[in-house]
Design a protein around this ligand. Structure first.
Ligand code: 2RA
Length: 344
């Protein structure tokens, strides 16, 4: 059967991508209801070659439109204010913001990693979609934990400007245009703490008391919740002038006594759902944002054993932040929910 589906934040970067991903993954849509603020209501979005009008997000729209599944991707404050109206109307909410992620009543799901957690959705009516940098990381950690048992993860990220939405992407493009017009010093700096063109910024989100940033602590706390493991995680999150794929350099320490076999690691990753291995350094083949962008895969490569410790492996991991890190994971959660929990 098909479902009545709402997308809250229909005109944002993730909202727009959701329509494309629902088409690509053949999401069973009966009626599509794009929702946005009064400012964007009335505009049109395209879905399956037809124009659909954006309606205003109100407290009653979920009930009026008989919505069964609602994707929220309009920011934490909007989820805070409106998700409860959807839940009251009997809608399952798939929330892309950080608002509910660490709520013990709300499952936090990457369908390839912890699909069974979806069954907890009835406690709150909400399923949370993790942070983008966490999603692509746990997709590679899960098979490695199953293989050897992880003790500690050290990760540095190279995060695209799409993580800051359309405003972030527009700011990078504008600053590049300003650079070629010899007026970069006049560029607007709004989406990021500093100029992002020709720069890297070792801060994503606000500072926490422990010296890490909020983005870095999301990678710690969300990873432990999704994987139901307490292994140590330390992250350094960095914004780079790339449009829309996040990269991560990972060092994974396995339990004492493990002797890493790189071929075993490569096979475990290659056999995991939605992960692709590109790992041929001699022939200059490895994952890069220009490979992953616009795809639904997490790519890994540069896999190598540590020079000093036999229980440590290093690798590089790249995925499209807007798709794998947001829209695609949300749609995959919806498909899994339909398979496991809807009364089809
Ligand atoms: C970022 N993690 O890349 C954020 C987006 N959710 O800024």
């Amino acid at each position: 059967r098909k479902f009545n589906v709402a997308v809250v934040g229909a005109t944002g970067a993730v909202g727009e991508e959701l329509f494309r991903v629902m088409e690509d993954l053949d999401f069973p849509v009966n009626k599509l209801v794009p929702l946005a603020s009064a400012r964007s209501a009335g505009s049109m979005i395209e879905f399956k070659n037809r124009e659909v009008k954006v309606l205003e997000l109100t407290s009653t729209v979920f009930e009026e439109q008989e919505i069964e599944i609602a994707f929220f991707c309009a920011g934490g404050n909007i989820s805070d204010e409106f998700a409860k109206y959807a839940v009251e109307a009997g809608t399952v909410v798939i929330d892309n913001t950080s608002h509910f992620r660490m709520d013990p009543k709300v499952p936090l799901v990457v369908p390839e990693v912890n699909p069974e957690d979806i069954r907890l959705w009835r406690e709150s009516g909400i399923i949370a979609n993790p942070n983008c940098s966490t999603i692509q990381m746990v997709q590679s950690l899960k098979p490695l934990d199953e293989l050897y048992g992880i003790k500690r993860v050290d990760v540095s990220t190279y995060q695209a400007v799409s993580g800051a939405g359309k405003a972030g992407m527009e700011e990078l493009v504008q600053q590049m245009q300003d650079f070629f017009a010899f007026k970069l010093d006049e560029s607007v700096i709004e989406a990021f703490a500093h100029q992002i063109a020709l720069n890297v910024i070792p801060q994503i989100d606000v500072a926490m008391e422990n010296g890490f940033t909020k983005e870095e602590m999301k990678m710690v706390n969300e990873t432990q919740k999704i994987m139901h493991k307490n292994f140590e995680v330390a992250a350094t999150c960095v914004r780079v002038p790339v449009l829309r794929s996040h990269s991560e350099s990972l060092t994974v320490t396995f339990n004492d006594g493990v002797n890493v076999d790189v071929d075993e690691v490569r096979n475990a990753l290659a056999n995991f759902e939605n992960v692709k291995v590109i790992d041929d350094l001699e022939n200059k083949k490895y994952p890069m944002p220009i490979i992953s962008t616009d795809t639904d895969y997490t790519y890994v490569g540069r896999i190598r054993k540590d020079v000093y410790s036999s229980n440590i492996v290093h690798y590089f991991n790249v995925a499209d932040q807007v798709r794998v890190g947001a829209a695609t994971n949300a749609v995959r959660i919806g498909l899994k929910w339909i398979e496991l929990e809807s009364d089809m």
